[in-house]
Write a protein that binds this ligand. Structure first.
Ligand code: C2E
Ligand code: CA
Ligand code: CA
Length: 696
């Protein structure tokens, strides 16, 4: 009968089901007290014991079972959390026979229970029947022997000899005769233990044996010296058991608990332990180590467009490139031979590398550069050639942090900075990043509440017809009125909103609010003009884009030609095919479409020709240096000429001086926008401008 102790009803239910199905009888206990009471009243052949119980914990229950006179030899299998390796060690030290990690794998559980019972049954049977003993011993691969010390002779049972493999008759009865089979360094340990046994000291140890059939096995041996009435050691009685299978299972379990199953790299748990260990050691030796934090650029998009199987293949390839780029010896100036690296996958597309005993911090940079270069080589998976790059952040111990958490956090911040700087690159952690991160976090938290607390507002910047000087349209620009910081620039908060996802509802709010304003102006008889709103790539790709715009138009009842949409080239080019459909749908709704920041992206005008675009907005950076800067002038001229050829309207952004205006007007630029005409204005101020020019 098996005693199952777990405070989780579900676990008890499922474990009992699995064990009963496998032919065992089970009795359940929900806590330690109940378990011990049952143990006193019934004879159990095995105990399955959860580590974390309310009241007495599993360790304590295990200890008390072992103290119980009947509990010395009952196998106790502990159920521990997967990541709880400390508890595995504690469990063993308290006399647990084995451990199984949670979540429980039922097949494995039954297998472990059988195994534990098989091994222990033989011990129980020792007292009962010789024949059963022999059978059981063979099953358990357990052999007995007696060493007669005075006669310097050893008697080994046939099973015992079997365990060692083919033993020559002359060696069979020689006490030290099998030592040569034992591998180093255990051979010496066993010899010493045997010598001490002769002096009366018992031993138990496991060692690896090279058998004559070529197989290596692990044997576990226990020896107990027996004295005569004068206290002299006359013989030593021992048992030897083949524990190879069990050891392999254990090793496998340990491997699973410590490795990432996809890539075979160390997992987060193992990495943490190595990091703790390395930091402790480096702290003592005064050596530096470096923590590299890697994040693959845009893996999510690859997953989204090609599926997870391909994503998994990429992760595996990345893992192998990572390990091989570290293995190449020339990268690091090694201080001594004792140099090791740990490569781990923390999960998702995040990897870490730990470099120990760093001679110079520069070495970390060399490794990071090598990793970036290795990873950015094109990669062939499933007949698709892809380029995957990584951004790497570096934190050095002890310079950038004295404990694992700080180092990890700082390496992560540095990684983030590398991403910001343009990906496929590395950055060392700096104090400034720390400040920035704190700042950003508070911005993020405030931003999360800003929309519902009504802290956003739209300002309007006129777009002026070059020929007549009249305001013919406006751009709606978002403003955040922060209760303490005052007006926060969209340059600061839009990227944060994009990353936190707030940009979704925020973008919808902008469209709706612009429509509401227009509706009010029309109702009030204001000589209203069309308003262009900016959409982020995220808004543009969102499934709800079309419905939310349609809803905004319907609910406010404004004619669609009053709404323009500004998009950047990159927002369109991220998914060119999808984009085309979306643009056509927007167009069909009656909206006008502009390409914002034109000239800064990578798309050619001829690609844009395929899209139903109405307007190009020449980026401010080209207008800024007009008319003196020759290259800006020629770019602007080229854009204007091409726009004319393709019959697209043009708006020049950021016009600040009369010279810029004159240059642009002289080259047939239809519309202009900039401080020369007006800054973006709150709604009422903007309406005043419109009234000011009222009679046409
Ligand atoms: P953008 O779309 O290129 O907007 C033009 C920016 O140039 C605005 O900055 C505007 O105030 C500024 N500007 C206008 N005339 C001049 C000038 O003569 N000289 C100079 N130096 N600057 C001028 P703002 O309002 O700070 O907006 C910055 C960016 O924030 C915008 O760039 C746009 O990308 C983003 N943004 C603003 N509102 C929204 C929004 O509602 N949604 C989204 N997704 N992004 C927005
Ligand atoms: Ca814009
Ligand atoms: Ca712009």
């Amino acid at each position: 009968m098996i005693l199952l102790v777990d405070d989780d009803v579900m676990v008890r239910l499922l474990a009992t089901e699995a064990l009963v199905a496998a032919g065992f009888e089970v009795m359940e206990a929900a806590d330690g007290e109940q378990a011990l009471a049952l143990f006193d009243n019934y004879a159990f052949s095995l105990v399955l014991l959860d580590v974390s119980l309310g009241g007495l914990d599993g360790f304590e229950v295990c200890r008390r079972i072992r103290e119980n006179p009947r509990g010395g030899s009952v196998p106790v299998i502990m159920l521990t959390g997967m990541d709880d390796t400390d508890s595995i060690d504690s469990a063993y030290s308290l006399g647990a026979t084995d451990f199984v990690t949670k979540p429980l794998n039922w097949t494995l559980l039954v297998y472990r229970v059988r195994y534990a019972l098989r091994s222990s049954a033989t011990l129980a049977d020792l007292e009962t029947s010789e024949r059963r003993l022999a059978v059981a011993q063979r099953v358990a691969r357990l052999g007995g022997w007696i060493w007669y010390v005075e006669e310097d002779r050893c008697e080994r049972s046939p099973i015992c000899l079997e365990l060692w493999g083919d033993v020559s008759p002359s060696a069979q009865s020689v006490p030290f005769g099998l030592l040569s089979r034992v591998m180093s360094p255990e051979r010496q340990h066993l010899r010493e233990a045997m010598e001490r046994a002769r002096e009366g000291e018992p031993y138990q140890m496991s060692f690896r044996v090279q058998r004559s059939d070529g197989n290596a096995v692990t044997l576990y041996e226990q020896a107990l010296p027996v004295r005569d009435e004068f206290g002299r050691v006359v013989r030593i009685e021992g048992v030897t058991q083949d524990v190879t299978e069990r050891e392999q299972a254990e090793r496998r379990m340990r491997f699973l608990a410590y490795h990432d199953s996809l890539t075979g790299l160390a997992n987060r748990q193992m990495f943490r332990e190595m990091l703790d260990h390395t930091i402790a050691r480096s702290g003592r030796s005064g050596k530096r180590c470096a923590l590299l934090y890697l994040d693959l650029d845009r893996l999510k998009r690859i997953n989204d467009s090609f599926g997870h199987t391909l994503g998994d293949q990429i992760l595996r390839e990345v893992a192998s490139r990572l390990t091989s780029s570290l293995r190449s010896a020339d990268v690091i100036a090694r201080e001594e031979s004792a140099h090791e690296e740990v490569v781990a996958r923390l999960g998702g597309d995040e990897f870490t590398v730990l470099l120990t005993e760093l001679a110079r911090p520069d070495d970390a940079a060399r490794v990071a550069a090598r990793i970036c270069a290795e990873l950015s080589r094109p990669l062939q998976v499933a007949h698709i050639e892809l380029v995957v790059t990584a951004s790497v952040g570096i934190a050095i111990f002890p310079d950038n942090g004295g404990d694992p958490e700080t180092l990890l956090r700082h390496a992560d911040m540095a990684m983030y900075a590398a991403k910001q700087r343009g990906r496929n690159t590395y950055e060392f952690f700096t104090e400034a990043m720390q400040l920035q991160a704190v700042e950003r976090l508070s911005l993020e938290q405030d931003l999360a509440r800003a929309l519902e607390s009504g802290q956003f507002e739209l300002h309007y910047q006129p777009q002026v017809d070059a020929a007549s000087g009249r305001i013919v349209s406006a751009e709606a620009l978002l403003r955040w009125l922060h209760p303490e910081r005052g007006m926060v620039s969209p340059v600061q908060f839009i990227p944060v909103a994009e990353e936190t996802g707030l940009i979704g509802p925020l973008g919808e709010w902008v469209v709706l609010d612009a429509c509401r304003h227009i509706a009010k102006w029309l109702a009030d008889g204001v000589p209203a003009v069309p308003v262009a709103v900016n959409l982020s790539a995220h808004n543009f790709r969102s499934d709800s884009l079309l419905t939310s715009i349609a809803h905004a138009l319907e609910s406010t009842g404004i004619p669609p030609q009053y709404l323009h949409i500004e998009l950047t080239e990159s927002a369109i080019m991220q998914e060119p095919e999808e984009a085309k459909l979306t643009l056509e749908a927007l167009k069909a709704m009656g909206l006008k479409l502009s390409i914002d920041d034109f000239g800064t992206g990578y798309s050619s005008l001829s690609t844009l020709k395929q899209y139903p675009i109405d307007l190009l907005k020449i980026d401010r950076s080209f207008v800024r240096d007009l008319p003196d800067d020759a290259s800006s002038a020629s770019i602007v001229e080229a854009i204007l000429a091409l726009a004319r050829a393709l019959d697209l309207g043009v708006v020049a952004e950021g016009v600040e001086t009369a010279q810029q205006r004159d240059f642009l007007a002289g080259h047939d630029c239809g519309l202009m926008q900039g401080y020369l005409f007006s800054k973006p204005l709150p709604g009422p101020a903007f309406i005043e401008l419109l009234y000011g020019q009222a009679p046409r």
